[in-house]
Design a protein around this ligand. Structure first.
Ligand code: PEP
Length: 249
């Protein structure tokens, strides 16, 4: 059975003290509630090891990792460093990394493979920009993001991979995909995984929706039969909102 997951991507927000308060609040709410879903927070790198000490029910994620294991790569953070700070999940290929930092599918594939070989669970992001949706290219774009980004992964690797479908036009814009648009693409992705790997991988891989998800729209988005939770940006910065989204599962 695939897992339901809600992951909070804090992006470049919160100073250490605020981040620690936010993590404590999410942990307390999640501990009291004990939800069935896996709840993940992905704070900035600088907060990870401090926050690791504050959470137990909530899992720790990072927002990015290097495609290289170590060496002269100034400013980079390797998967091994993340593991040593207690990180379990890592977001790879977020649209902001793709567009602002020119990360293409090939380098993302290197990151996914290195993360997996280091014991991290990648949350691999895909999604089309508005023009690609409007010109009908959305399925081709998502197909190549998955075919290249997950190239050469084994069936057992796939047990540790989570997919996040995030239509870029819905990220941080307040424009949310309709539940039908989300379900349609999730179903397409699941079919694609079936062809790339096998039916069991397709059935067992969690596929999260991301893009302006908030307490008021989470339940209808998560109702799609192929929608296994969400990757949450803005609304993960308020513990009440984030937990309300978790409760919508
Ligand atoms: C994200 O950045 O992954 C995201 C989904 O952002 P938001 O929820 O703010 O649209």
């Amino acid at each position: 059975m695939r897992k339901q997951i809600v992951a909070g991507n804090w992006k470049m927000n919160t100073l250490l003290k605020d981040g620690m308060e936010l993590a404590k609040a999410v942990e307390k709410m999640e501990k009291d509630k004990h939800s069935e879903a896996i709840v993940i927070i992905a704070p900035p790198f600088t907060h990870l090891s401090k926050i690791k000490e504050l959470i137990e029910s909530v899992k720790l994620g990072a927002q990015n990792c290097s495609s290289e294991p170590s060496g002269a790569f100034t400013g980079e953070v390797s998967p091994g460093m993340l593991r040593s700070a207690g990180v379990e999940y890592v977001i790879i290929g977020h649209s902001e990394r793709r567009s602002y930092f020119s990360e293409g599918n090939e380098v993302l594939n290197k990151k996914v493979k290195l993360a997996l070989s280091t014991g991290l669970k990648p949350i691999y992001c895909c999604g089309e920009v508005l023009g690609e949706r409007e010109s009908g290219q959305l399925y081709d774009v998502v197909r190549s993001q998955l075919e290249i980004g997950l190239k050469d992964l084994t069936l057992s690797d796939m047990a540790d991979v989570v997919i996040a479908y995030e239509p870029v036009w819905a990220i941080g814009t307040g424009k949310v995909a309709t539940p039908d648009q989300a379900q349609e693409m999730h179903s397409f992705i699941r079919g694609l995984l079936g062809g790339m790997f096998n039916a069991e991988v397709a059935r067992n891989t969690s596929i999260l929706y991301g893009g302006s998800c908030k307490p008021s729209n989470a339940a209808e988005l998560f109702a799609g039969k192929d929608v296994d939770g969400g990757l949450i940006g803005g609304a993960s910065l308020k513990a009440d909102d984030f937990i309300a989204i978790v409760n919508a599962i």
